[in-house]
Design a protein around this ligand. Sequence first.
Ligand code: ASP
Length: 328
Amino acid sequence: MKPKIFLLTTGGTIAGAAAKSDALTGYRAGAVGAAELLAAVPALSEVARIASEEIAAIDSKDMTEAIWLRLAARVEAVLDAGAAGVVITHGTDTLEETAYFLHLTVKSEKPVVLTGAMRPATALSADGPLNIFDAVRLAASPAAHGQGVLVTLNGDIHSARDMEKVHTTAVQAFASPDVGVLGRMEEGAPRFRRRVLTRHTAASEFDLAGVTELPYVPILYGHAGADDRLAAAAVRGGAAGIVHAGAGNGSIAKAVLPTLAAAAAAGLPVVRASRTGAGAVLFAEDAYRMAGFIDADTLPPAKARILLALALLKTRERAEVQRMFHEY
Ligand code: ASP
């Protein structure tokens, strides 16, 4: 019997509709339902038995933590109920954040695969149908077991840990900086060429049982000419932790440092990430170490924010949070 794959839809360009087939921007995201998405890929019935459910119908810039909590619970429920794998369709703008959130919180070895599209469903050469086809084949593949949450677009297979959107409009919009893809969809099947070494899914210590909201963790963007007004506002605004997207190797301007150091001294975890898009944040200045800042490793700011929020559900202790940044 063909494996049962559960399709959860959240909206995005993959479900986008425009008035004309040559319109690649200015469309309505999330306008097309699961039945229409599936109808565009008739060959799917040869690969899997598909059930579907709408979780949201939004442009992913509007993704919320409340939807994440619902989505994570639904993914676990359908896997526990016997689905062989889950496919989630999602807008590409924040796809990497949802994927990483699920990578850290879904307690299952079964494949969970996110996909999206850069061209709306109504466009010439829409990329959504093939991406859905690949995502279902990936989710139905035993080779995808135990690999954490996966993302496939344009034939590439990425780990949720490492992938980022790196282009505003191109079809090849995703990359896994530094480490590269896990594999590719080739001749109708996934070909994996490396594995993820960081902790995830079934081996993750993060647990959403009883969690109704995540701690408030804003991101501050470092830039020439920065002063401390935003950092002070973040502290005043009730941040439970702060991610600083610094220039280069996670650098923090002298004008911002005292405010963040005072926040860290008061017990607020402050994570140094980098705005560069690649590379680990490593030791840079004694002042950062003395202030007790936490290094984000290779996590980009938006993913560092997710890990810090989940860490804060368990601890505010600096060494513990730093350990998590090295392990996840
Ligand atoms: N704005 C869209 C979204 O993220 C872009 C896309 O899906 O490609 O929902």
